[in-house]
Design a binder for this molecule. Structure first.
Ligand code: FAD
Length: 306
């Protein structure tokens, strides 16, 4: 028998969608490949009731809670391919194919490490993306920001709320307009435009940033927004992306440009935190349930919403 929905990805977005759909008595298969964006992080913060929870534990609790809903099945598998059309998708798993009426993509994003020596090793511990996630724990230390363009230089201004000590590294890759320099200076932020040579760590913790001319700038925490890309499965499906590479959806119905394929979580936006992803999963599930129920009981009429 076909599933109502196959959810691809078992992070906060996929777990939240599976919970809502299970509670709505829909037949759901949640598939998760296991690798996750925040794998290197020790704690998941800023998620009400789960502040400070190790990310693996967060997912384990999500899975435990799904076990209460008999129409939800969760498998640790990678979805290899998706074929078919709205109402009749074939989803290829390593063990064979399953069928589903709808597909919900919750595959997150892939971060591409910056080409700075030491970046890959320190990512997720001394190098983080979001001050709401890690700023409190790292407050009052010496912070740096690896800027990738002048348009991002509003970000370090905000970092001043957590620490007085902020230095911006441009690596000499772009010009900083005079008015922006003035704002950074007024905020007490040091601007470092010399090329970065490498990140210097001791016992897996960042200590300083070495510049190409031999100078060393003490720094304990770096913020960075490395480029991101969609997973191959999403690229192969050919869903419409916006100019920054995020999946475009109908803002109400949460459907992508491919009929019957929905999306939720980090893959939609650079505004990436677990609680936003979870909310997005719940929203998509709500719309899917509305549409699937209407299909069953009225042959498709749902008041113009689906
Ligand atoms: C270092 C770091 C630390 C962070 N810390 C925090 C924090 O403290 N608090 C916070 O709120 N947010 C934090 N975030 C952000 C948070 O991790 C994300 O916003 C959140 O995980 C996004 O949820 P998601 O469900 O959209 O995607 P993800 O959590 O990335 O989950 C996507 C899942 O899809 C699976 N997948 C991909 N392709 C396939 C496939 N073909 N088949 C099956 N499964 C597939 C992946 O294996 C993965 O498990 C952090 C991010 C990073 C990078």
């Amino acid at each position: 028998m076909a599933y109502d929905v196959v959810i691809v990805g078992g992070g906060p977005a996929g777990l939240s969608a599976a919970l809502a759909l299970g509670r709505a008595r829909k037949r759901v298969l949640l598939c998760d490949a296991g690798t996750r964006r925040n794998a290197a992080a020790e704690h998941l913060n800023n998620f009400v009731t789960r502040d400070g929870t190790p990310p693996g534990e967060f997912r384990a609790i999500g899975r435990q809670q799904l076990a209460a809903y008999p129409s939800v099945e969760a498998r640790d598998v990678r979805v290899e391919a998706i074929a078919g059309a709205r109402g009749a998708f074939q989803i290829t798993l390593p063990t064979g194919a399953v069928e589903a009426r709808r597909v919900l993509l919750c595959t997150g994003m892939i971060d591409e490490p910056l080409a700075v020596e030491g970046f890959r090793e320190l990512w997720g511990r001394s190098i983080v993306q979001c001050p709401y996630c890690h700023g409190w724990e790292l407050r009052d230390r010496r912070w740096g920001y690896l800027a990738r363009g002048a348009e991002s230089l509003h970000f370090p201004i905000m970092l001043r709320g957590w620490t007085r000590d902020v230095v911006v590294f441009t690596g000499g890759a772009f010009d900083v307009p005079a008015d922006v320099r003035a704002h950074l200076s007024a905020a007490g932020i040091q601007l470092e435009t010399r090329p970065v040579a490498r990140l210097v760590a001791r016992e897996d913790r960042l200590e300083s940033v070495a510049l190409s001319d031999g100078a060393t700038i003490p720094c304990e925490v770096l913020f960075a927004h490395p480029p991101q890309r969609q997973v191959d499965l999403v690229r192969e499906l050919g869903v419409g992306l916006d100019g920054d590479g995020y999946v475009q959806i109908d803002p109400v119905r949460r459907e992508t440009s491919v009929p019957g394929v929905y999306a939720a979580g980090d893959l939609l936006t650079r505004m990436q935190t677990a609680i936003v992803a979870a909310a997005s999963g719940a929203q998509a599930a709500g719309m899917l349930n509305h549409e699937l129920t209407a299909e069953l009981v009225t042959g498709g009429w749902s008041g113009g919403r689906a």
